[in-house]
Design a protein around this ligand. Structure first.
Ligand code: ADP
Ligand code: MG
Length: 257
């Protein structure tokens, strides 16, 4: 289980101090998909980076399987955490083919083991037979699935996904959200995902955390958020996001014709 226990994180720059994350608490059970949802700038990526080991904490702790990974005084370095990551600006290596991209983090395996693992992962993400293709020969959605396979390759203990659909067009995003949930569930991994998109959070999450201005306002199942929003702010964020998306969607559809 992942435990994020009362963490606060600030950034100091010449412009001043930003309190990016304020006393955030949640627990994510093994095998569950947790989604942090909230408007741009509310602190989602900062929480994810802290779980990955890239941000020191001002207060609080982060534990995985009861092992303390971060506290005020100590941060276990990212490379010792065995976490898989796919950040917003993920990019495949353009000069490597699909097989080489996915196998990149598997240098400790023998060539045979590496090939078997790549084949297994390509089947999982629905791209069997794509080993020799190069990134420029793939659609955006296919590239995204290769990037996902690459982050799954080393069998991480926890998978962190930051806005995994941000590079895709709206129609592909909708289709992939449900496909991605199936793929992720098959891996059995514990996953923490970040999105500003209401529909993606509800398509993917077993648990959803609604964030605003650095605070986690509510953490619960999609049904509990819908039926028992903890505050008007939560209700407004859920409503505003889905309305905004629907409008944007309609506009994009319109501009295609
Ligand atoms: P989100 O992912 O929800 O869009 P972020 O976690 O990226 O939000 O940012 C939270 C807040 O922290 C924002 O006000 C942002 O401007 C600020 N912030 C993020 N990264 C830095 C940084 N490296 N230096 C200074 N401020 C930052
Ligand atoms: Mg972000």
């Amino acid at each position: 289980m992942l435990e994020v226990d009362n963490i606060s994180i600030g950034y100091t720059s010449p412009q001043g101090t930003v309190q990016a994350v304020k006393a955030v608490c949640f627990k994510l059970n093994k095998g569950d998909i947790g989604c942090l949802l909230g408007p741009s700038g509310c602190g989602k990526t900062t929480v994810l980076r802290a779980v990955a080991g890239f941000e020191p904490l001002e207060q609080g702790r982060i534990l995985l399987e009861s092992r303390e990974l971060s506290s005020r005084d100590r941060v276990v370095p990212a490379e010792e955490r065995a976490m898989g990551m796919m950040f917003q600006d993920y990019a495949l290596f353009p000069h490597l083919n699909v097989q080489e991209n996915i196998g990149f983090g598997l240098r400790k395996l023998s060539a045979d083991q590496r090939r078997d693992r790549v084949t297994e992962l390509l089947a999982l993400v629905g791209l069997a037979g794509f080993e020799k293709r190069f990134p420029h020969e793939l659609s955006g959605g296919q590239q995204q699935r290769v990037a996902l396979a690459r982050s799954l390759a080393p069998r991480p203990s926890l998978l962190l996904l930051d806005e995994p659909f941000s590079n895709l067009d709206v129609d592909t995003r909708e289709r992939l959200a449900f496909e991605l949930r199936d793929i992720l569930k098959q891996t059995g991994l514990t996953i923490l995902l970040v999105t500003h998109n209401h529909d993606e959070a509800f398509a993917l999450g077993d648990q959803i955390g609604v964030m605003n201005e650095g605070e986690l306002l509510q953490w619960g199942t999609p049904a509990s958020l819908t039926h028992y929003p903890a505050s008007e702010t939560v209700q407004t964020i859920l409503r505003r996001d889905s309305l905004f998306e629907r409008r944007q969607h309609a506009r994009l559809r319109g501009s295609d014709q």
